[in-house]
Design a binder for this molecule. Structure first.
Ligand code: F6P
Length: 372
């Protein structure tokens, strides 16, 4: 009987439990495997902290938000143990062997794909199931979690419209998405935001102010601005790009550490971006401006139907791949099918919004200002 480990790592988008259940039901019921659920991401593998998952534990979790296994952002090669950063890959390999595992299933986003590849490089049989509300995983049309978060962010943009309208205000709504603009762009289009600012298109505050003023002079003295958390104005985007280049070309570990510190400082400097945008717009347009940061409400709660279907599809396909002995892959969603893609093609590659993407064209088509 094959013995498989499963874990969830990184953020907790809706649909994780659907994927655990999808994998588990197919693995146990269909392929007769045994399943160990490791708690709190890769940390669970390091600490050998697991529970046996059976049909009872997998029952009733399809509609539940979060993850029954817990999660963390721990990286195997850089884990804090007793106050020290250590490479815990050997401990993971040891526990994998001790538990006589045949494979480990890592459910996570881009960071988890990199960690899954590290474990595959260390000789373990690994597969990765792609989840994230950011929708930024290479070779995957849509990652589970995105659809639910898109619905929540869209509803927020809808609701902000009526209060912006009543108070004649500008409302800047900050939407998650890390370095990608999928969520802000999708919610901005679906909610009819007047301006959408995403990381892929550095914005000019003058252009945004011009739109707000144009609307005001035509009698619509309110505006809703969907701002992706990673969006930057032209100057800040150039500073960040320069900091990333320095980091990429650092030739020693010390230089890399210094460049990372500098890059993080540049990011931290722009963390309150939504407030800066609102303040500048209030100054330039004379309209009262307010900020709403959606935050974790976008990740919490029950998955919608799309995410339940996608989690189940990728989970059950993952069990079939493990049964046939296909490892070192991400189970990507492509054209409605679950397709194995080599981890080396996925790990370390971000799927950002192409500037000629159909959604960009559609947004411009209906007169939305994208900040450029
Ligand atoms: O990757 C999902 C995500 O929600 C991003 O949109 C966001 O930037 C990040 O996680 C927040 O991370 P944390 O939960 O560690 O604060």
């Amino acid at each position: 009987m094959k013995r498989i480990g499963i874990l969830t790592a990184g953020g907790d988008p809706p649909g994780l439990n659907a994927a655990i259940r999808g994998f588990g039901k197919a693995a146990i019921g269909h392929h007769g495997m045994e399943l160990l659920g490791f708690r709190s991401g890769l940390k669970g593998l390091v600490e050998n902290n697991f529970q046996v998952l059976d049909s009872d534990t997998l029952s009733g979790i399809l509609t539940v938000g979060g993850t029954i296994l817990g999660t963390s952002r721990d990286k195997p090669h850089k884990m804090v143990v007793d106050g020290e950063v250590r490479d815990m890959t050997p401990a993971i390999v040891e526990n994998y062997e001790k538990n006589e595992l045949d494979a480990i299933v890592c459910i996570g986003g881009g960071g988890t794909a990199k960690n899954a590849k590290r474990l595959a490089d260390a000789g373990l049989n690994v597969i990765h199931l792609p989840k994230t509300i950011d929708n930024d995983i290479a070779h995957t049309d849509t990652s589970f979690g995105f659809s639910t978060a898109l619905g929540i962010a869209t509803e927020a943009v809808d609701r902000l419209h009526s209060t912006a309208h009543s108070h004649h205000r500008v409302i800047v709504v900050e939407i998650m998405g890390h370095k990608a603009g999928w969520l802000a762009l999708g919610a901005g289009i679906a909610g009819g935001a007047d301006v959408i600012l995403i990381p892929e298109i550095p914005y000019s505050i003058e252009s945004v102010a011009e739109s707000v003023n144009r609307r005001a002079s035509s009698g619509r003295n309110f505006s809703v601005i969907a701002l992706a958390e990673g969006a930057r104005n032209e100057q800040d985007a150039a500073d960040l790009a320069a900091a990333e280049v320095l980091r990429k070309h650092a030739s020693t570990p010390e230089a890399k550490a210094a460049a990372t510190k500098h890059r993080d400082a540049v990011i931290a400097e722009h963390r309150d971006n939504a407030f800066k945008v609102a303040e500048s717009l209030e100054q330039v347009t004379g309209l009262e401006s307010r900020v709403t940061i959606l935050g974790y409400v976008q990740r919490g709660g029950i998955p919608d139907a799309n995410d339940r279907v996608l989690g189940t599809l990728l989970g059950s396909a993952g069990a079939d791949l493990v049964a046939e002995g296909t490892f070192g892959v991400t189970v990507a969603s492509q054209g409605g099918a679950a397709v194995p893609v080599p981890l080396e093609d996925v790990a370390g590659t971000l799927k950002t919004v192409p500037v000629d993407h159909e959604w960009i064209r559609a947004a411009r088509g209906v007169g939305t200002n994208l900040g450029d």
